[in-house]
Design a protein around this ligand. Structure first.
Ligand code: NDP
Length: 315
């Protein structure tokens, strides 16, 4: 059978990420002009993993581009847990550093997940500490994980109706699935979270007005899993001989979806853009309440705030 025509509109993550970066650059400039200290991002890379080094270099370059000061700490592959911990403690205490990013994965002798918990939540620009996860889960202000926030930003910039929509998230990792589900819930979607034990996954996905795939299985989601006109966000990235491949089979999906992200060039570029925005946000918060008037905050940080008078009754 010949493939049908692509009916979906493409979500151009690269262009939207560029917009976000330009906004951050303008905001950093305005912040400094108003007397704020230049925001700083410290990256901590342990070892010599080539892919990680490329990612960290990209983040450092992006900082320079928007006027954020970059501090790159490349620690030797045989560093001990105590040595990395000592570095994180220094960065927690360093007033030039607004945000800290520990690049994962770390070498086997280092417990990266445990170290992440030692980053000051005020500097947790990756949004991965238990404190940040708790704030998100309770709908309180805090720094949100970059990739999930990038997903929400793509939906906002395309005016996708989230409130009341059926949103299905495939994947429940701490990095993507769970936080993206929490952010969608905070925006009043009806959220279903799927995982490897979900029964009849295609049928659940077909309910989705907004479908987020964050699994890491190339081409798993095919066109017949998609409700006609749905918005499909493909977070998956798998390196294959044919290049980077997403979780969604683009050809069949784009014949059914209303809006769809490509891979590459969809969610991927958003992650660094949001990291930069989070670093500026962290700098503002560290400067004190006078600087963090609600109007100054990006929407993603203040969504899902509890309304006064809506506190749960205690018995
Ligand atoms: P994880 O491996 O941590 O999580 C994968 C999730 O998918 C798990 O919850 C797992 O379920 C679920 N899953 C696995 N197999 C199936 C299946 N057959 N059916 C349904 N669910 C399944 O991955 P991450 O969340 O870290 O990453 C997901 C993808 O997103 C990867 O491709 C990664 O490369 C990409 N990614 C992209 C980023 C970007 O764009 N910047 C950033 C981060 C990630 P269970 O919990 O039951 O095991």
């Amino acid at each position: 059978m010949m493939p049908g025509p692509m009916t979906a509109t493409l979500i151009d993550g690269k262009a939207i990420a560029q917009q976000v970066r330009a906004e951050v650059r303008d905001e950093v400039e305005a912040w400094i002009a108003a007397g704020g200290d230049r925001p700083g991002l410290a990256t901590v890379l342990v070892g010599d993993d080539a892919a990680s080094a490329v990612y960290v270099a990209g983040k450092q370059r992006a900082c320079v581009e928007v006027g954020i000061e970059g501090f790159a700490y490349d620690l030797p592959v045989d560093s001990t847990q105590a040595e990395v911990l000592a570095r994180l403690a220094e960065l927690n205490a360093d007033p030039r550093v607004s945000g800290i990013l520990l690049q994962l994965p770390t070498p086997p002798q280092i417990d990266g997940a445990r170290l992440t918990t030692r980053i000051d939540p005020a500097k947790d620009v990756d949004g991965l500490t238990p404190v940040s996860a708790g704030l998100l889960s309770k709908g309180l202000p805090g720094l949100r994980p970059c990739t999930p926030t990038g997903v929400i930003e793509l939906l906002h910039r395309h005016d996708v109706a989230i409130e009341g929509a059926e949103a299905v998230v495939v994947g429940r990792s701490d990095l993507v699935g769970r936080p993206v589900a929490a952010l969608l819930l905070a925006e009043n979607a009806t959220v279903t979270v799927c995982h490897s034990r979900t029964r009849d996954l295609p049928a659940v996905c077909r309910r989705a007005d907004v479908l987020i795939a964050a699994v890491g299985r190339p081409g798993m989601v095919t066109g017949d899993w998609i409700k006609p006109g749905a918005t499909v966000i493909d977070v998956g990235i798998t390196r294959t001989d044919a290049g980077l491949v997403g979780d969604v089979e683009f050809r069949s999906a784009s014949e059914v979806a209303g809006l769809i992200t490509p891979v590459p060039g969809g969610v991927g570029p958003m992650t660094i853009a949001i990291l930069l925005r989070n670093t500026l946000e962290a700098a503002r918060r560290q400067a004190g309440p006078a600087w963090t008037a609600a109007a100054d905050r990006p929407a993603a940080v203040s969504v899902g705030l509890r309304q006064p008078g809506r506190e749960p009754r205690r018995t």
